[in-house]
Design a protein around this ligand. Structure first.
Ligand code: ZN
Ligand code: ZN
Length: 187
């Protein structure tokens, strides 16, 4: 099977992990606990982790016979807009990651595709796709500022929270307004 040329990973990228400290001996383990900056596009259209926001990695890198198993959590702040009223939403999110990266030229490398398992490239592994998948899965497709957000009045665009209970536009038609004024007692 022809191999795709390995794209070079940027060791300074926030979710690229260096495995040089991890002995290639099954069972060997290293912890990566650090705060880094969120990469771009960590989320969906309406909500996500803003680029550059502080995200916390709490990961364990474990040497297995065919590669490196990464498990742990990534947490960070989430910001977005309510799908009904467009008010800003801020929240936090913790996702679990569990991802196996194959050593170059291992059996796992030779027998699987890169979209099945990531690859250890020059002792580096790129956790970004796995983190992105986990974050996108954990985010609501229709984010709401609160579960029962009533949204905006479709006529005037004001939030229903800020309108009186009897708010209506039934008298917006000038002819009806005129009629209404006729029936109003003189003040
Ligand atoms: Zn809302
Ligand atoms: Zn209205």
């Amino acid at each position: 099977m022809p191999k795709k040329p390995a794209s070079h990973l940027n060791p300074r990228s926030p979710l690229v992990l260096d495995t040089r400290e991890l002995p290639r001996r099954p069972g060997a383990m290293r912890e990566v606990v650090r705060v880094t900056e969120a990469p771009a596009d960590l989320g969906v259209e309406m909500i996500g982790v803003a680029q550059g926001a502080e995200i916390s990695l709490d990961l364990r890198l474990q040497s297995v016979s065919e590669g490196v198993l990464v498990t742990g959590t990534v947490s960070g702040p989430v910001s977005g807009e309510c799908g009904r009223c467009l008010r800003p939403i801020s929240d936090s999110l913790t996702v679990t990651v569990q991802e196996l990266f194959a050593y170059e030229n291992s059996v796992l490398d030779e027998t699987t595709d890169e979209d099945e398992f990531g690859r250890v490239q020059d002792d580096l592994i790129d956790l970004e796709p796995a983190v992105r998948d986990a974050v996108v899965l954990a985010l609501p497709t229709n984010p709401l500022c609160r579960e029962d957000c009533p949204g905006l009045c479709s006529e005037c665009g004001v939030h229903w929270d800020d309108l009186p209970a009897d708010h209506s536009h039934e008298l917006a038609d000038p002819r009806w307004a005129a009629l209404h004024n006729l029936t109003k007692p003189e003040e």
